[in-house]
Design a protein around this ligand. Structure first.
Ligand code: RP5
Length: 166
């Protein structure tokens, strides 16, 4: 694993990488150490269970799981760990992510998955950082800095619009 990783990003297939790499980009920008891998709840069930079972002992504090179609990756991880699991339903197949959204968000009571929107990999990373900030104050500062930059960017965009530059 990446040395000192606090967040584990898992996805069901290599085809999920273009979306899930956005979670990695956000974590890098916030200075959060992470690791990224591929595992599938249905194609690699034993490896997936083992990843979740060993995650806490390996030092991971939050898991992010992205999967498409009848997506059960996040739920299976949550079944095998008491770490917080954030699910990212991915748009793919005939139902374009609605199937993944409902499979991920509608967990039966007792085994929750914190679900972000379809293809919401960036928000999954921000939420992971917020969870980490409870124990690690530097990540609260990183989130505050990011939000200030976002606010500033919006003010500048509004200014350009007022000045007739766009
Ligand atoms: C899911 O099925 C994966 O998460 C992916 O989103 C979807 C399609 O997988 P591939 O057929 O592209 O490998 O398990």
């Amino acid at each position: 694993m990446a040395e000192g990783a606090l967040v584990g990003i898992l996805m069901g297939s290599e085809s999920d990488l273009p979306v899930m790499s956005k979670a990695a980009e956000v974590l890098r920008a916030l200075g959060v150490p992470y690791e990224m891998s591929i595992s599938s709840a249905h194609r690699l069930p034993e490896e997936t269970a083992r990843y979740a079972q060993e995650a806490r002992a390996r030092g991971l504090e939050v898991l992010i799981a992205g999967a498409g179609m009848a997506a059960h990756l996040a739920g299976v991880l949550a079944a095998h760990t008491t770490l917080p699991v954030i699910g990212v339903p991915l748009a793919s197949g005939a139902l374009k992510g609605m199937d993944a959204l409902l499979s991920t968000v509608q967990m039966p009571p007792g085994i929750p998955v914190a679900t972000v929107g379809i293809d919401g990999a960036r928000n999954a990373a921000y939420l992971a950082c917020a969870i980490l900030s409870i124990k690690h104050p530097q990540y609260a500062r990183a989130l505050e800095d990011f939000r200030e930059k976002m606010r500033q960017g919006l003010r500048e965009a509004a200014e350009r619009l007022r000045e007739g530059e766009v």
